[in-house]
Design a protein around this ligand. Structure first.
Ligand SMILES: Nc1ncnc2c1ncn2[C@@H]1O[C@H](COP(=O)(O)OP(=O)(O)OP(=O)(O)O)[C@@H](O)[C@H]1O
Length: 230
């Protein structure tokens, strides 16, 4: 017999987000449950990144309800920083450390006990072995992207927020990412991602929310892929 469904890690109800007080999206509703993935799709400028930034506490919603981990968003709280991992489109690697040292620092900074094993696993999962001892500044853009994704995966998390994680990854990299994200869901992490990638929509997303000017709505992965292809 299955128990009650665990509480959602994100609740967005008729959420409105924007940068200047004016919403850039129609009211948008979704819930991210532990072990499930919600994908936001939409055209360039539809507001996907802005929704993610509101969930991460980088901007205050213009309207509607937004709760993360059971309460209002507070990116300064230790619990929020401990439980929420994110990869946005910013290069945030420390230049003076090798790839492996960087990942090790992130893992240890988050109190991971078996940091060495966790880092080895992430390096292998994301195909970073050939560049593990190099400085991030010497990596290709796709390798840097893999490093940022690995940094999110070596730390504990209950919610993982990813903005177009497929960017700059080749097909093998995207397939590795799919496998890793499916594993993360199985471990109980809730995933919220913005994506244009059919592979992620079909293989990772349990629910897809299309952000459109005339209203945000739930669509099937197949419908989302069709919309993206238009
Ligand atoms: N820092 C910012 N300040 C002001 N306006 C912004 C800022 N970032 C984005 N916007 C505006 O908010 C709107 C939504 O942008 P957003 O980046 O959320 O779209 P998106 O759906 O993620 O697009 P893409 O698919 O191109 O990444 C756009 O009109 C954009 O110009």
């Amino acid at each position: 017999m299955s128990g009650p469904r665990p509480a959602p890690v994100v609740v967005a109800e008729r959420l409105l987000v924007g940068w200047t007080g004016e919403p850039v999206t129609a009211p948008t509703s979704f819930r991210v449950h532990p072990g499930r993935a919600v994908a936001l799709v939409g055209l360039n400028g539809a507001g996907k990144t802005t929704v993610l930034r509101a969930v991460l506490g980088h901007l205050v919603p213009v309207g509607g309800r937004l709760e993360v981990l059971g309460g209002p968003v507070d990116e300064r709280s230790a619990a929020f920083r401990r439980d929420v991992a994110a990869v946005l489109d910013v290069d945030a690697a420390l230049p003076g450390l090798s790839v492996r040292e960087h990942l090790d620092l992130v893992a240890r900074g988050h109190g991971v006990r078996d940091a060495e094993d966790v880092v080895d696993q992430a390096v292998a999962d994301l195909g970073l072995e050939p560049v593990a001892e190099r400085a991030p500044s010497s990596l290709s853009s796709g390798q840097r992207r893999r490093l940022l994704l690995a940094a999110a995966l070596v730390r504990p998390r209950r919610l993982l927020v990813l903005d177009e994680p497929e960017q700059r990854l080749d097909l093998v990299g995207r397939e590795d990412l799919v496998d890793r994200l499916v594993e993360d869901k199985e471990a109980g992490t809730g995933l919220l991602l913005a994506t244009h990638d059919p592979l992620l929509l079909e293989e990772v997303a349990d629910e897809v929310v299309l952000l459109a000017e005339d209203g945000s709505r739930r669509v099937s992965a197949a419908e989302a892929v069709r919309e993206l292809g238009r």
